[in-house]
Design a protein around this ligand. Structure first.
Ligand code: ATP
Ligand code: MG
Length: 389
């Protein structure tokens, strides 16, 4: 579990005395820009509060200088907040001592940088091993894990090359491998794809969305590109001048932009290129276990007042669905014969590619992740209303 709670976070850059003065003026509700000029400070974050859910892919978007990097660097305490607190699963991390902070950075959080940040004199595999090395993991385990991770990011066979022998996209894969090899709870990505060509960039975006299903991490992803933000994010925070202007799901931005700035920001976004099944999946389904008895299932369906329930195995993998009618009619003790398998939709499928599935079908379709885990259902009405908005 790794939810992140950010509570009244501010970061002011400048001489300590000046920062103190600026903070006072800020509390007196003076204009941040004027305070900056008057005290010779930069108010990079101004009283930011929000929560990132466990295993969410959370995107922070905003123009250059809006405070995105400052914010993400507060999450691993590369930036020390001027005021405010950060909690990881209710544990405060803004008050860790040196030793605890070192442990926190080694084990619980890692970061992918825009310009890769690879060690140029080390081979690719040694770059990936680095985080394990400082954790004191033994050589054999290190090598095994690094090889495994390089394979996951599609770089099998490149172990003994040096960073300069790789293209930008490949270097960023190494950056990602290095960040996930230690299995951190939180993955921080600061404009990881901004330096890449559009084609490679799109490929990397899609790969991360798939990879996410396998690594189950909380991911904080920064970009200044609204299309990328909406494509990647379960939820998005739009920043301006050190503040969060709006926070929500892509469709919340479209259906309810808080002001003209947001309207302007989202005006160029092509909805067909961003909306995926996951963006509008309905999660509140009745899910039953394949080993549940028919009578139990019937009782649950009555209690939840549903006509359909979804069946998963012990790993939460989608097995199929059942109608209340069938469950009620049957005389069987178990449910295995009652399950109807409906071909599920992958949650990262674009809505525009799903019309054909609904052509002669009006029921909800089951949605799974890349591993086959049940994630909810997609309704035809939701799909139409999102694309028509
Ligand atoms: N170490 C620092 N010292 C002084 N000022 C800083 C420092 N880091 C950032 N700033 C200032 O804080 C403000 C926010 O910077 P930040 O790097 O967080 O923006 P950003 O949204 O990441 O921008 P970009 O898209 O260009 O990366 C800027 O005005 C910047 O100049
Ligand atoms: Mg930045």
């Amino acid at each position: 579990m790794a939810s992140i709670q950010i509570d009244h976070l501010s970061k002011i850059f400048g001489h300590p005395k000046a920062v103190e003065k600026a903070l006072e003026m800020l509390q007196d509700n003076k204009d941040p820009k004027e305070i900056g000029l008057e005290t010779n400070t930069t108010i990079a974050l101004n009283d930011v509060s929000f929560t990132i859910e466990d295993q969410e892919l959370f995107v922070i978007v905003g123009l250059s200088g809006s405070g995105k990097s400052t914010l993400i660097r507060c999450l691993n305490l590369l930036n020390k907040p001027t005021t405010g607190q950060i909690f990881l699963d209710k544990q405060e991390i803004t008050n860790l001592n040196k030793q605890e902070l070192r442990d926190f950075r080694r084990k619980r959080v890692s970061m992918v940088f825009q310009h890769f940040g690879l060690l140029s004199h080390r081979t690719i595999i040694k770059n990936v091993e680095y985080g394990l090395e400082i954790q004191g993991v033994d050589r054999k385990t290190r090598t095994e894990k690094a090889l495994e991770t390089l394979e996951i990011v599609g770089l099998k066979g490149w172990e003994d090359k040096k960073p300069h022998q790789l293209s930008g996209g490949m270097k960023q894969r190494v950056g990602l491998a290095r960040a996930i090899v230690t299995e951190p709870e939180i993955l921080l990505m600061d404009e990881p794809y901004s330096a890449l060509d559009p084609l490679i960039r799109r490929e990397m975006q899609n790969e991360l969305l798939t990879l996410e299903d396998y690594i189950n991490r909380t991911i904080v992803f920064i970009t200044h590109d609204m299309n990328e933000a909406f494509k990647m994010g379960d939820r998005i925070a739009l920043m301006k001048d050190g503040k969060i202007i709006q926070i929500g799901t892509p469709q919340e931005f479209f259906s309810n932009p808080v002001d003209d700035y947001v309207v302007d920001f989202i005006s160029d976004v092509d909805k067909t290129q961003i909306f995926k099944a996951r963006n509008i999946v309905r999660k509140d389904q009745l899910i039953v276990d394949i080993n549940d008895l028919r009578q139990e299932v019937l009782a649950k369906m009555k209690e939840s007042k549903v006509d359909v329930c979804y069946v998963v195995d012990d790993k939460k993998m989608y097995m199929g669905q059942m109608s209340k009618e069938d469950v009620a009619k049957s005389r069987a003790k178990t449910i295995d014969k009652l399950i109807v398998h409906v071909e599920p939709i992958l949650r990262n499928t674009y809505l525009k590619d799903l019309w054909s599935r609904f052509e002669n079908y009006d029921e909800n379709l089951p949605v799974v992740d890349s591993k086959g885990k049940f994630r909810g259902v997609l309704s035809k009405d939701d799909m139409i209303s999102v694309l028509a908005q």
